[in-house]
Design a protein around this ligand. Structure first.
Ligand SMILES: C[S@@+](CC[C@H](N)C(=O)[O-])C[C@H]1O[C@@H](n2cnc3c(N)ncnc32)[C@H](O)[C@@H]1O
Length: 390
């Protein structure tokens, strides 16, 4: 299992080779500059055939670096004295990344291989990033300017539904407070880039008549096991993010107003919207959903929104990789420069009723909404934002 063991070993199994490339890509594009521990581990796993083989126990569509890292993280929570936990600040570790990290990871995986295999076979990737409420609020502001009045809110791919509690959180955007009056002590922070003053970026949250989520694997945060699994997707250095997630979960458990129904967004969204009471516009929010869908499924999801808009006004507010947005509904040019900036998320809104459609790009942002750059016009291609902005 030596590190660097191999680009040729793992056989020529194309799936193992794909995972190897995926871990290297993940290290370079997601972890570098954000998580020294996950960057080192992802590079290490890419060169370790036994660990790649361990991830092969997961169903094909679930084989992602984050699944293996979360499974290990979950077990670390009950093994805080292990050598590996010593590198994870979220488990009280203080040791900087060094040459013993990867051997500690490999040893931990070997010791817990059976349990890890079980988790990888049966669990799916689950994250719920409430910073993305900033994207939702930008979208709601935009919708409210076009369609003043109350809206119904649906999140497709809602996970635990924590984004549906958007008006219960405090916001600090570019250092400015923009909180609803009765917000709970869970604070979402987001930096503003692009030289636009942060003041007034978020307007008041419009009246929301009902809130529904739909997810293929909804997370019931009242279940301690499901909660622990969601928390396992927090990265080793993100001590503050873990506290925010725990605060949001506590809020969701005590509020008990959020329901996330099991269902497939690509086949069940139109029906869900038809069953909603009232006739006010519906805002359908997606954040980090499209990357889970095949190209055909993305097209099917766009068709669901079009179908629903024949009956009542529907706005799709999204925070998604631009290249994937480009494949849904010609919202941006698939061959344009924006469609290639897939290490960032595009925030935008498409408003539709029976006979009109209005598209607007609102911001380009870090995928976890740690920062955003507001669009300067509704068809902005963000060429003014430096390529290394992420
Ligand atoms: C990365 S999580 C994002 C969760 C939440 N939107 C957020 O931003 O924190 C993606 C979610 O999409 C769900 N999902 C994936 N494919 C789906 C589908 N076809 N229909 C409904 N949900 C799906 C997953 O189960 C997961 O909960």
């Amino acid at each position: 299992m030596a590190e660097g063991a191999g680009d040729s070993a793992g056989g020529g199994d194309p799936e193992v080779q794909r995972l190897r490339r995926l871990f290297r890509f993940f290290a370079a594009t997601q972890c570098r500059g954000r998580s020294p521990v996950y960057e080192a581990l992802s590079e290490g796993v890419a060169g370790d055939d036994e660990l790649l083989d361990l991830l092969m126990s997961a169903p094909g569509e679930q084989r992602r670096p984050s699944l293996l890292l979360a499974a290990v993280n979950l077990l670390l929570a009950s093994n805080p004295g292990s050598a590996l936990a010593g590198y994870y600040p979220i488990h009280g570790g203080r040791r900087p990344v060094d040459g013993r990290l990867m051997p500690a990871f490999a040893a931990f995986c070997a010791e817990h291989r059976a349990e890890l295999g079980r988790l990888l076979r049966t669990r799916s990737t689950q994250t719920n990033e409430i910073r993305r409420c900033v994207a939702l609020r930008l979208g709601l502001d935009h919708v409210h300017r076009r369609w003043p009045g109350p809206v119904a809110l649906v999140e497709a791919g809602a996970s635990a539904g924590l984004n549906l509690l958007l008006d219960r959180y405090r916001y600090r955007i570019g250092g400015q407070e923009a909180s609803p009056e009765d917000a709970a002590p869970v604070t979402i922070t987001c930096e503003v880039r692009g030289g636009i003053p942060a003041e007034g970026i978020l307007g008041p949250v419009p009246e929301i008549t009902c809130r529904r989520g739909i997810d293929q694997h909804p997370v019931n945060v009242a279940d301690p096991g499901a909660r622990a699994w969601l928390e396992a997707f927090i990265w080793p250095e993100q001590v503050g993010d873990l506290a925010v997630l725990r605060g949001a979960i506590d809020l969701a458990v005590s509020a008990a107003t959020v329901t996330v129904a099991p269902g497939d967004a690509t086949t069940d969204t139109a029906r869900l919207l038809e069953e909603l009471p009232g006739n006010e516009p519906v805002v359908v929010f997606t954040a980090s959903l499209l990357s889970y869908l095949t190209p055909d499924a993305r097209t099917a999801f766009a068709a669901q929104l079009r179908q629903a808009a024949a009956h009542r006004p529907v706005a799709w507010v999204f925070a998604e990789a631009p290249g994937l947005v480009a494949t849904t509904d010609h919202l941006i040019a698939p061959d344009g420069p924006l469609a290639r900036r897939n290490s960032l998320y595009l925030v935008g809104a498409t408003l539709r009723d029976a006979d009109r459609r209005d598209d607007a790009l609102l911001a380009l942002a870090d995928p976890y909404l740690r920062w955003l750059a507001l669009a300067r016009e509704k068809t902005d291609d963000f060429q003014w934002l430096p390529a290394n902005a992420g």
